[in-house]
Design a protein around this ligand. Sequence first.
Ligand SMILES: [Mn+2]
Length: 269
Amino acid sequence: MKNFMNLPEQLSNEENSKVEILKVPYEGTTSYGKGTKNAPCAIIEASNELESYDIETDSEPYKVGIYTKEETDLTNIKPSQKFRIAIGGEHSITFNLIKNLNQNNLSILQIDAHADLKNEFEGRKDSHACVMRRIFEINNNITQVGIRSLDQEEVNFIQENKIKTFFMKNIREDWIQKVLETLTDKVYITIDMDGFDPTVIPAVGTPEPNGLQYNQVYSLLREVFNKKEVVGMDFVELMPKEGDLVSPYTTAKLIYQSIALKMRKENWL
Ligand SMILES: [Mn+2]
């Protein structure tokens, strides 16, 4: 199995690495486009093309060690001692990634086009379209960013439960500061790749126009990593398409830039 950035053994073994890339190629409930199970391999493949120097942090993040592993059994994913970045797979994996974490003082930051707050979808409660509703049942400290597609039931749920939802129309001046104010000290970040504008990430199953630009997401991440303790992340719902190199490469780049931000925050190098 190829590892992230195709790093040599001493920079990618389990023992010495500070970062873990967890491939979770789960696809059980996708409703529109299909193929998200192929995303982990496509992102790893694209990561081989990354340059090793990170401009923003003036560092070479791969030196902290990046261990790559695969998880196919969703039932009992144990927390990692490393900084874990999971790559899906469909969005429903996020519930399994979060449920065994310590929920104390933890908030969930979701970047997504969709609210994913439906109680049930196509007869299933474990659907990708219900994942934030399931998470809400174990941790109601949810902040959503980039939302631009949902139904009336979800709107009602957001209002009744005071979920901190930043619709695309709320992304204006000072929005990053406002997002930060909703977060607790510890933050788990889940990024549904359809939160981006389809011109940035065309390869998703349910593309929605008028999404986030790369630099908007990066700027938000930079502030969250600087001001909070990010305990883990996932990148989900990429659906690789033949001939599109942009989507997996952009995802790999954002993963690497996230590793750089974590490294700078923790003074790992
Ligand atoms: Mn989603």
